[in-house]
Design a protein around this ligand. Structure first.
Ligand code: AMP
Length: 418
């Protein structure tokens, strides 16, 4: 199938041709005609499925065809994203797709000065991409009005809730006009997301694009069992043995990211990192350096790296397993994009066996274990098995607003009784 039957206007078709997009992805094929008709959407889709174009193209078309002029401090379409990086990335996509259209897009997020954002909003913006906290700030300071708003997009809604944006979202929703089109994208559908969708969407078209298996199938995945205290040593050893290509490394905490970066830099490895404690310009610079091959290794936490479009990465290393099994899929999905094959190696210590079991159940496969002869663990990682009955009492999440753990994979008897 080509884009021609989807009803996109000529300037968009030309742009897609220039970008070399010849075939719509599954989500684009389903979402574009429905959004053009004005329908609300509830879509289960992750980064890498082409979801940005799926909402951006029809959104830009609708705004162009209506032709109305945006008033000062107003916005005609709003895209909410969980992180600054995703906001920038969505903005770049919008700008790319609207090159031949008379529309202005802009992004606002925290971690940078608010004043330039207030100045930019004065002219009015056709499509505003925003993280919830900063948008609420701007709204409270009267820098933005929503009376011209026609379309609301929630990108990675699950992650916005995971990050504790529920209150900000509620406040924003109550400030928006009721008559509007709403498009909700989420990688997972917890009870909280469904509740949110019920309150926001009118007769939505539901689309479920699960790239999980296809993304995962093209990635060779395995784990190296290792004692927790020897992870850095093993990491450095693997690095010297294997001459890794461009590599994205995930660690659980900001501290772990910093420590690993330090160890790498001490060995003269060109590396950079992104996590929530780094100022926004530094994060963006690290990402650009990595994408431009100036550094061969980027170390990141899940929150900072979620949704980043880093194309065709040959190798992802999980220095730690993520707390949330879904994040594993997000992490490794980066290495198997667009049909390219990739490799994902996880360093797993005995205390991570619960996470390991949750991941294996989610992806419905046991990860192959390959011990390193010099790093045989003193604390054995218990054997895992797929499935098992539900946990009767899931562990209480730390923050009540964070749904992770409640909505994710419920696991029971993971361990072999043997
Ligand atoms: P997304 O899931 O929106 O982050 O998109 C993932 C990547 O796929 C981005 O680099 C897009 O530029 C690219 N992409 C989106 N749609 C298409 C398409 N129909 N053909 C080729 N590439 C695409």
């Amino acid at each position: 199938m080509t884009f021609a039957p989807l009803g996109l206007i000529d300037p968009l078709q030309r742009t897609l041709e220039e970008l070399g997009y010849s075939t719509p992805t599954a989500i684009q094929e389903q979402a574009i005609p429905a959004i053009l008709k004005g329908r609300d959407l509830l879509a289960s889709a992750q980064t890498g499925t082409g979801k940005t174009a799926a909402f951006a193209l029809p959104l830009l078309q609708t705004l162009t065809q209506q032709g109305s002029v945006v008033a000062s401090n107003s916005v005609r379409a709003l895209v909410l994203t969980p992180t600054r990086e995703l906001a920038e990335q969505v903005l770049q996509s919008l700008q790319r797709y609207s090159e031949q259209l008379p529309l202005r897009s802009y992004a606002v997020y925290g971690g940078v000065s608010i004043n330039p954002q207030m100045m930019a909003l004065r002219k009015g913006v056709d499509v505003l991409v925003a993280t919830p906290g900063r948008l609420l700030d701007l709204y409270r300071q009267n820098a933005i009005k929503f009376n011209q708003l026609q379309v609301l997009v929630l990108d990675e809604a699950d992650r916005m809730l995971d990050l504790g944006f529920a209150d900000e979202l509620d406040q924003l929703f109550s400030a928006l006009p009721r008559k509007r089109q709403t498009l909700l994208f989420s990688a997972t559908f917890s009870a909280l997301i469904r509740q949110m969708a019920d309150g926001l969407l009118r007769d939505p078209l539901t689309i479920d694009i699960s790239p999980r298996n296809s993304a995962i199938d093209s990635v060779e995945q395995w784990i190296i069992p290792v004692d927790k205290k020897r992870k850095t040593e093993l990491f450095m050893q693997l690095l010297s043995e294997r001459q890794w290509p461009q590599t994205l490394v995930f660690a659980k905490t900001r501290k772990a990211v910093d420590q690993l970066l330090e160890a790498l830099q001490a060995q003269g490895v060109q590396a950079d990192c992104i996590h929530g404690d780094r100022p926004q310009p530094a994060r963006l610079r690290a990402l650009t350096r990595f994408k431009d091959n100036e550094v061969s290794m980027l170390i990141a936490t899940d929150v900072a790296a979620r949704g980043l479009d880093i194309a065709q990465l040959p190798l992802v290393i999980n220095f730690d397993l993520p707390i949330n099994a879904e994040d594993y899929v997000h992490r490794i999905g980066r290495s198997g994009r667009a049909g390219a094959s990739g490799e994902a190696i996880s360093l797993v210590s005995a205390d991570e066996v619960r996470q390991l079991a949750a991941i294996e159940t989610l992806i419905q496969q046991l990860l192959q274990r390959r011990e390193h002869s010099d790093f045989k663990p003193e604390h054995r990682v218990p054997e895992t098995r797929l499935g098992g009955q539900l946990v009767k009492k899931p562990k209480k999440p730390k923050k009540p607003k964070v749904p992770g753990g409640k909505n994710k994979v419920h696991l029971g008897n993971w361990f072999d009784e043997s």
